[in-house]
Ligand binder design. Structure first.
Ligand code: SAH
Length: 208
């Protein structure tokens, strides 16, 4: 899987290749989906949600430029897989907090992360991630794994100076992956192109 993602240009750095090589994606899937764990495709994880396709995890990891010691917030924990890849990229010294709004998925992510050996590097929090997670802010990097109508304001406020956030913005038909960069209190926005995610549902997201 990793060499194919490399050949297609999604993985550009050795660090992202190494991280995706060591995280066992099959451990984050329900048993019936495991045979397809290393196919580049989103897969169902229950509750109408999906684990992101490996190429999207690679694109986001490369664009976020994750490094040792960083504090990362993920919104939309799902299976916990993407959080584990980011945890590899911020070790040593870094930490990933991931918020999931559907309680059985948060529970599943915790179990998956424990089985894969990431429970001390990733904390799973149940709740509405559009509000961010003020108790551990500011974050060097924020990764949103569900599509928002607009960049959620609380997430902008919880981004550290010189921090970066990736968030898919749009409705069900068209979404763009947006990079928000904060520098000296100012925000710069860059559009990285079209993408498809499940909707971000919450106070600063889509209405349920
Ligand atoms: N990163 C995940 C992909 C998850 S799909 C993985 O690697 O498996 C997106 C997830 O976002 C879904 O599980 C959905 O329940 C969750 N979600 C949607 N709105 C949310 C919100 N406001 N706060 C937290 N999670 C949310």
């Amino acid at each position: 899987m990793v060499s194919r993602l490399r050949d297609s240009g999604y993985i550009r750095s050795q660090r992202v290749a190494d991280a995706m090589m060591v995280v066992p994606r099959h451990l984050f899937l329900p048993p019936e989906a495991r045979e397809n764990a290393y196919v580049d495709s989103p897969l169902h994880i229950g509750e109408g949600q999906t684990i992101s396709a490996p190429h999207m995890v690679a694109i986001m990891a490369e664009a976020l430029d994750l490094g040792p010691g960083q504090r990362v917030l993920e919104v939309g924990g799902g299976s916990g897989y993407h959080a584990a890849v980011m945890a590899e990229l911020v070790r040593p010294g870094g930490m990933v907090y991931t918020i999931e709004r559907i309680p059985p998925l948060a529970e599943m992510a915790r179990k998956n992360l424990m089985e894969a050996g990431y429970s001390s590097l990733v904390e799973v929090i149940e709740g509405d991630g559009t509000m961010g997670l003020p108790e551990h802010a500011p974050y060097d990097r924020i990764s949103v794994a569900a599509a928002a109508p607009d960049v959620p304001e609380p997430l902008k406020q919880q981004l550290a100076d010189e921090g970066r956030m990736l968030v898919p913005v749009g409705g069900s038909w068209h979404q763009d992956l947006v990079m928000v960069m904060r520098s000296k209190g100012r925000f710069r926005i860059e559009n990285l192109g079209g993408c498809i995610f499940v909707p971000l549902i919450g106070e600063h997201g889509h209405k349920p």
